[in-house]
Design a protein around this ligand. Sequence first.
Ligand code: FAD
Length: 489
Amino acid sequence: MPRDEREPVAAVAPAARAPLRAVGAARGADPVSPSGALLSPPRIRAALTGWGGGARVPVTVARVASVEQLRAAVADAGGMTMIARGMGRSYGDAALLTEGLVLDATGMRWVAPDPVGGVVRAGAGVTLGQLLEALAPAGWVLPVVPGTQHVTVGGAIACDIHGKNHGSAGTFGANVQELELLTASGELLTLTRERDGEALAATIGGMGLTGVIVSATIRLRRLASPWLAVDIDRVRRLDDALAVLDCPGASHRVAWLDLLGRDLVRGVVTRADQVVGGAAAAGERGGRTTVASRLRIPPRWPDRLLSPGVVAAHNELRFRTSPVRARGRLEQFGAHMFPLDALDAWPRLYGPDGLVQYQLVVPRGAERVLEDVIERLRRSEVPCYLAVLKDFGAANDAPLSFPIQGWTLALDVPGAAPGLDRLLDAFDELVAAAGGRVYLAKDRRVRADALAAMYPRLERWRAIRDRLDPDRRWCSDLAARTGLVEPVR
Ligand SMILES: Cc1cc2nc3c(=O)[nH]c(=O)nc-3n(C[C@H](O)[C@H](O)[C@H](O)COP(=O)(O)OP(=O)(O)OC[C@H]3O[C@@H](n4cnc5c(N)ncnc54)[C@H](O)[C@@H]3O)c2cc1C
């Protein structure tokens, strides 16, 4: 089976130029045939889901550990369409391809740090958690991390992921200087903004549909310490949450919202920055940029244990135990950035139908849409077990990149909730009419017409994608469902 979980990083060797640890994938010689030709990696049949769970889809999986293996696997794919897969942390069907060939890229794990240049070159299968661990001892950190450390470099680029600091750091892709892309014809392209910037832009946020990312060179930031100074504010209205998020100062901003309480909205806003100076030295003892998992939800967890009543009680406790107002509370970078990673396999809490995460963004000035969505959700029979609000800075030039300047709201709801599809279709209309969009990394249900209305640069992306993959060999269930990739006529 393809791995779904972290794997211990093999072979740690000192880097030639600096006291950084190099992460090496365990690489034996690639298997060859008696004639010396490289054999493609073994294929296995498997049934996979997205991170949100739900129905399993039948696929063929080949795990590749080198560019040579990858090229052989692509050459031997025959008539099958293909898609790359990282840690499978996209919630929906972005890394699924029913009856297609899934290229598990998590074997491409190596790291070559260049501390002088403040960059790191990494294989696409390295996870951001592994990178953070390798970089911290030499005082570097990734400029952008999502809400989980268990995503690969390839997945982070293909979804052009964002963190809580989008306003100051942009997306992950915006911090990629160079990447290597293997196309369906077996060509290995090296893309930079100067060298085929169009193909780079189409690959960043391109959901794996331009080819397989093999490696990337990523700009780093200085890590003053693994500790953050966190300001905390409790809020009782959406407007207040937006106002606190908008306060100048701290770079990492996020609001947790309770949508099950008596008020329409209440929540806790945190704004965090790296600790510097004397406080950094004090905090340095024991601080970590990653987080250890403390508990694992077992398979076949009874879904009835998660109910609106139970979550409302949990939310009440969380709200009441948060300070009304606190300033400069010390928190570890890892624990603050990746709170959900403390609980392994948490989507199992939702039972066999899993969860849908609906993440929207609307431009500034369209705050009314956020309120409408929340009001309609509260009136519906769909309970929201987790809601998170963040602010975004300016969009970048990647045509399918999700962030635009404005507000993003992510809602976790049970996949089996009655009336869910109709409700989310109605949200799509509101969001698209306001010039907003939904996030493809989280999606498993948006319709093709809605997608076209949300991503105005879709045709430009399709034209570049067609140049890179004229035979449309790359596809995914997401791409087929939404018409991102139309069948060859
Ligand atoms: C708890 C949690 C919190 C999250 N928080 C955030 C957040 O704050 N911000 C955010 O932006 N996202 C967030 N995400 C979503 C996550 O960051 C993305 O879905 C990410 O792409 C997952 O990486 P992965 O390695 O698991 O990729 P997968 O899920 O395996 O694949 C995702 C996409 O990337 C493509 N892909 C993967 N590897 C390659 C490759 N080598 N070459 C080409 N294409 C490839 C796949 O084809 C697919 O289209 C979160 C997810 C979880 C589970």
